[in-house]
Write a protein that binds this ligand. Structure first.
Ligand code: AMP
Ligand code: ZN
Ligand code: FE
Ligand code: FE
Length: 281
């Protein structure tokens, strides 16, 4: 039997990716992946369709999300796997995040207007066409309306955290999010630590009960992956990995660029079973 692999970090048009769940699942099949997790930002709305699409292609599907959280004043992305997507507390919290995302779009559009750019929030919402609008959608609107040459250009000039149209996004704390993920039977994982440079927060996250760390990511160098494998070992954390594919947004689709050995999926599922047993007790 050839070894099975997974991609546990993927986005669709239910957040800021460009593929539909069906297109994404089809790409997964083409790359021979045995398991896929959908990790759209602050939403689980795409999971139902992704589940059905994967089932048709005989790919194992893991319901998940990439939750925006605050850890000691830094933004962090918390991957949450094997979620009970009907969990009321989780759904309510994600709804709140989506409200905050919408409010932030209004804020950032106002800042753009003050800079003399006549963009309308409605244009952004039309482009986003989902409940989790974000900066990439503002970027696409700026390109569509002829104010920027590319989404990258939009980020560089206006949308990055040190640029004039940026607005902060209020977030749930990492500790609260980890608790909530566990209540929903899920497994909480620190996303792409190599991109965040907040390693000093890891001991606190471990204390808060984080389960794992994303060691393999399309933007991690081999050295970075090795560093986080070591940190995982040191703290007894699960290891995950994924491409963080957003579709054709950024040139080539990234799905298939990270192939996580299936053993790690087994360990993830075992941890979810453990949380569910503890919740039921
Ligand atoms: P938000 O969640 O609204 O703060 O937007 C963050 C998302 O923007 C990230 O998840 C990335 O997918 C995307 N992003 C960050 N930098 C860029 C960039 N330079 N070009 C395109 N997308 C980006
Ligand atoms: Zn994204
Ligand atoms: Fe992320
Ligand atoms: Fe992501």
């Amino acid at each position: 039997m050839p070894e099975k692999h997974a991609d546990l970090h993927l986005h669709t048009s239910f957040s800021d990716g460009t593929y539909s769940p069906e297109e994404l699942a089809e790409h997964g099949r083409r790359h021979g992946l045995a398991a896929l997790a959908l990790t759209d930002h602050d939403t689980i709305d795409g999971c139902e369709r992704m589940q059905a699409a994967c089932e048709k292609l005989e790919i194992e599907f893991i319901p998940a999300s990439e939750i925006t959280v605050d850890v000691d004043g830094h933004e962090m992305h918390l991957l949450s796997y094997c979620l009970d997507t009907a969990h009321e507390g989780l759904c309510a919290e994600l709804k709140k995040s989506q409200e905050r995302r919408r409010a932030r779009v209004h804020q950032m559009v106002e800042l753009l207007n003050k800079l003399g750019i006549p963009l309308q929030a409605e244009t952004v919402f039309e482009i986003a066409n989902c409940d989790a609008p974000g900066r990439p959608h503002i970027g696409r609107a700026l390109v569509q309306e002829g104010h920027c040459s590319s989404v990258d250009d939009a980020f560089r000039r206006y949308l990055k955290s040190n640029r004039p149209a940026w607005a902060p996004k209020p977030k749930i704390t990492a500790a609260d999010a980890i608790k909530l993920v566990h209540q929903a039977g899920g497994v909480a994982v620190m996303a792409h630590p190599g991109l965040n440079r907040i390693d000093q927060c890891i001991p606190g996250l471990v204390k808060a009960g984080i389960d794992g760390i994303e060691c393999f990511h399309s933007r991690h160098s081999t050295r970075m992956s090795e560093r986080y494998l070591q940190i995982a070992d040191q703290h007894g954390l699960l290891v995950t990995g994924g491409s963080d594919c957003h579709g054709m947004n950024k040139g080539e689709p990234l799905i298939g660029s990270v192939k996580l050995p299936y053993l790690h999926v087994e360990q993830l599922k075992a941890r979810s079973r453990k949380h569910r047993a503890a919740n039921a007790a």
